[in-house]
Design a protein around this ligand. Structure first.
Ligand SMILES: NC(=O)c1ccc[n+]([C@@H]2O[C@H](COP(=O)([O-])OP(=O)(O)OC[C@H]3O[C@@H](n4cnc5c(N)ncnc54)[C@H](OP(=O)(O)O)[C@@H]3O)[C@@H](O)[C@H]2O)c1
Length: 287
């Protein structure tokens, strides 16, 4: 079986590549960057191209049995996804697994949520066999906060007090690999979530335990968060994420018991808890 992974050099996609290789799949990874292709694991081959390029989408989908479609948050993510869907239609790809967002339809005005709502609709109308994965906030986002956690004792992601069912990207990767390599997942949408609801203060407590030192939640002040974020994010992304955190603070992003049961059946086991991720990460951060 041959699967093309888009985003295969990134956070989720690299784990999807690994999970597919472990299942004996021949993996192709689309990348814009030939240097990244050189660093792929054994079992994966790089395919150079850009989803915004018609030549790429005419070429890369031919002869594959499945595609994992992930589009980075960007101002062109919908265009990239629609170009991919058009290319996959031309190549008559037998199955597409698309990475969306948990409860994406609860905030259709958010640029990176709204883009995915449009892409989900395009996929459903494309005639291609599809599966949609809708993950919650990733545990692995916390890698970005290593310095502020270790140097200032602060957990800065303004998740709020309602809580989200954050998820480990390795569980997302497992779900993608299962959906691509076993029968019965076409036409299905799966929420991908962790086993517990995590508020901002609860995440700070988990990091305190894992790091063995006090970690304080940075709080819910989104004006302050945006000012800080503008020092490392482009302004359109800081705007989008600020509104996303406002949505999380007002409504959360919490999984239903039914969604958790469905995911457990898909994976064949429970999702990884945050505490395990935090302890494992803290060990790799200790000098
Ligand atoms: N972070 C979260 O908590 C969270 C939660 C739910 C959903 N999501 C969704 O997850 C996605 C991000 O996943 P990630 O964090 O794994 O991404 P990432 O690490 O930023 O990786 C982005 C990938 O996209 C590829 N890429 C970007 N532009 C491309 C183009 N024009 N053509 C081909 N490939 C292109 C990059 O490949 P090269 O650089 O090698 O070309 C890279 O492999 C977003 O859609 C986001 O909304 C995120």
């Amino acid at each position: 079986m041959r699967v093309l992974v888009t985003g295969g050099t990134g956070t989720v996609g690299s784990q999807v590549v690994q999970a597919l290789i472990e299942r004996g799949v021949e993996v192709q990874v689309l990348t814009r960057n030939p240097q990244k292709a050189a660093g792929l694991p054994i079992g994966a081959t790089g395919v150079q191209g850009d989803l915004l390029d018609p030549g790429t989408v005419r070429r890369v989908f031919t002869g594959v049995d499945g595609v994992f479609l992930l589009n980075a948050v960007s101002q062109t993510e919908a265009q990239e996804a629609l170009m991919a869907i058009s290319g996959m239609r031309l190549a008559k790809v037998p199955h597409v697994v698309y990475l969306s967002v948990h409860q994406v339809d609860t905030a259709p005005w958010l640029p990176h949520f709204g883009a995915k709502i449009g892409v989900e609709a395009a996929l459903k109308g494309s005639g291609l066999p599809w599966t949609i994965l809708r993950p919650d906030n990733f545990f692995q986002n916390d890698y970005w906060f290593k310095d502020v956690l270790l140097q200032h004792g602060v957990y800065p992601q303004p998740i709020g007090d309602v809580g989200t069912s954050r998820v480990d990207v390795r569980d997302i990767a497992e779900a993608a690999a299962v959906a691509l390599t076993t029968a019965g997942h076409q036409g299905q949408t799966y929420d991908l979530v962790g086993p517990e609801v995590l508020t901002g203060p609860a995440i700070a407590v988990a990091w305190s335990k894992a790091l063995g030192r006090p970690i304080k939640y940075g709080g819910n002040d989104l004006e302050a968060w945006e000012q800080q974020a503008l020092t490392y994010l482009p302004n359109w992304m800081a705007f989008d994420f600020k509104l996303m955190y406002q949505h999380f603070q007002a409504h959360g992003l919490r999984a239903s018991a039914e969604a958790i049961a469905r995911q457990t059946a898909l994976l064949g086991n429970s999702a990884r808890p945050f505490e395990a991720f935090a302890s494992e990460t803290a060990r790799t951060w200790s000098p």
